[in-house]
Write a protein that binds this ligand. Structure first.
Ligand SMILES: Nc1ncnc2c1ncn2[C@@H]1O[C@H](COP(=O)(O)OP(=O)(O)OP(=O)(O)O)[C@@H](O)[C@H]1O
Ligand SMILES: [Mg+2]
Length: 508
């Protein structure tokens, strides 16, 4: 299948523009991609470092971020779009039509003929590290992490370890015995694994009827090398000893949590979409394809999240492992209502996304929605901090959530500011107050003279948390204008000379 190489043309065009200007030292990926005003723009490099848009429901997230999406489409970047709400495909397709990118849109949905088997893709990928059982297991675990949110399989290390061990043994057994990795086979192995020590005796009913046992026999005939024998011995040990000897409660919880997530993937339409052949995969994005995974969470529930995570993670892995010298075209990962899709793997991915040339743009309502997704405990909070830290550019829109607003105010930080005030008599003092996020003075130094004029230097928030509650949210009432505050660590904006900047987007 052939997609477009015009993003390459974009790169070449930008290079020509640079050369036309007398060979200035100017990387095309550092050139403006999204203009924020007359003086400031975001470049592809900015977006490789990630972009997080945060705004309350109806604050204008989708319509203001559409400016970024338009720019990505115009630059002919390929990528994937994850869908949380019904109607997102139509929204993306409209933008693609406006920017002449509609022929590059691939709608991955039950109504279309596109098919993608992510497990076979992982297994067959030619790059280093691909095909390893651990990669496939990690893929299933990440998809379960997102799809299984709110269920009782959370981050508890004990269950997580038991789950990882079972999946590793099952995936290995299926790969060795069938030479392929079908999710249905993995599920069958797990559901027919021995339940007791009696099961693993030669005359047991289990040994006559179990698919797991049949696969163990088949696997023995397939292995040839010493290393393969060694690996199979570990898997056999697991099924013959470790698994039957687990506490029955552990066994049943682990099996039922896997079954609950994988069984819906065996049903139509997910079975046809993900468990058959492959005629589209994430590498198409390198050639300009815009894959919209139109399985909205609101329509398909947790299996929709599971399925989209399969796309997301295999896309991330494929982009990380591509050879930039051979495939230099930037790509993007777009997720509106990103709280449904963020996972622990994002932290790893975002840390190196710049070298993979992937623009990650996430839109969410508030920071607590990320806590909800990644965990409200200490570990979850660290993950959220790391995630937000790795999404370089922040665009904060109107919000009424104090946690988010305080977080934003803190991130933009305080500066020493001179304040003038009336004074009587002479005084000179320095005082320190406890201060809080809602009072902007924490330390002050006062100098005054006898004339009754005083100048006070105060360490104050540049943007107070409550200012985020007054930003315009678009719609006819606001003349279709959406206000936001943009911030990127280490960036001083040309228009303001400060580290943050008010921006306004016109809804279209
Ligand atoms: N082109 C437009 N013309 C008029 N009003 C618009 C337009 N685009 C968006 N709006 C309105 O502006 C407001 C903000 O829109 P938008 O959908 O971008 O917000 P959002 O933060 O993404 O909301 P949600 O949380 O519901 O996804 C909404 O009330 C919406 O109806
Ligand atoms: Mg929206």
């Amino acid at each position: 299948m052939r997609f477009f190489t015009s993003a390459l043309a974009w790169l070449q065009h930008t290079r020509r523009a640079r050369d036309g200007r007398g060979g200035e030292q100017c990387d095309p990926l550092a050139m403006p991609l999204v203009w924020l005003n007359k003086f400031d723009a975001l470049s592809p490099y900015d977006l490789f470092e990630g972009c997080q848009v945060v705004g309350a429901s109806g604050s204008g997230k989708t319509s203001s971020a559409a400016h970024i999406l338009r720019a990505l489409f115009r630059a002919n970047f390929g990528g994937i779009v994850l869908c949380a709400k019904p109607g997102e495909f139509e929204h993306v397709y409209r933008i693609a039509q406006e920017t002449g990118a509609e022929r590059r849109v691939v709608r991955f949905a039950p109504e279309e003929a596109w098919r993608y088997n992510p497990f076979a893709f992982e297994l067959q990928r030619a790059t280093r590290g691909a095909g390893l059982i651990t990669n496939i297991v990690a893929l299933i675990l990440q998809a379960m992490e997102c799809g299984g949110r709110g269920k009782n399989t959370g981050g508890d290390t004990y269950w997580q370890d038991a789950l990882t061990e079972l999946l590793t043994a099952a995936v290995h057994l299926v790969c060795v015995s069938t030479g392929d990795c079908q999710l249905s086979d993995v599920l069958q192995v797990i559901q027919t694994a021995p339940q007791s020590r009696e099961d693993v005796t030669p005359e047991s009913t289990w040994s006559r009827t179990s698919a797991c046992f049949a696969m163990l026999l088949a696997a023995e005939k397939k292995v040839t090398t010493e290393a393969e024998y060694g690996d199979l011995a570990v898997t056999e040990q697991y099924f013959f000893r470790t698994f039957p000897e687990l506490a029955s409660k552990t066994r049943s919880i682990v099996v039922s949590s896997v079954s609950a997530m994988l069984s819906p993937m065996m049903r139509s339409p997910m079975r046809e979409l993900f468990c058959t052949t492959t005629n589209i995969d994430p590498t198409a994005c390198e050639r300009g394809a815009i894959v919209v995974v139109d399985l909205p969470v609101k329509d398909f529930g947790s299996v929709g999240t599971f399925a989209q995570t399969l796309w997301k993670m295999t896309f991330q892995k494929a982009m990380e492992q591509r050879d930039i010298a051979k495939s230099p075209v930037p790509t993007f990962l777009w997720a509106d209502e990103s709280q449904y899709f963020v996972s622990s793997y994002d932290l790893q991915f975002l840390a190196t996304a710049r070298s993979s040339r992937v623009c990650t743009v996430y839109l969410t309502q508030n920071i607590p929605s990320y806590y909800e997704a990644l965990g409200r405990d200490h570990q979850g909070q660290h993950k959220v901090d790391a995630l937000l830290g790795n999404l370089g550019t922040k665009l904060w829109l109107a919000n009424g959530d104090p946690t988010t607003n305080e977080h934003a105010a803190k991130m933009i930080a305080q500066t020493w500011q001179m304040r003038q005030g009336a004074n009587q008599g002479y005084s000179s003092n320095m005082s320190q107050q406890g201060g809080s996020l809602t009072t902007d003075t924490t330390t002050s130094v006062n100098y005054s003279d006898n004339q009754g004029v005083s100048l006070s230097e105060q360490l104050a928030f540049q943007i107070l948390p409550q200012e985020f509650t007054t930003l315009r949210t678009g719609g006819p009432r606001n003349n279709l204008l959406v206000d936001g505050i943009i911030f990127k660590p280490g960036r001083v904006w040309n228009a303001t000379g400060t580290n943050f900047m008010r921006v306004t987007f016109k809804q279209q």
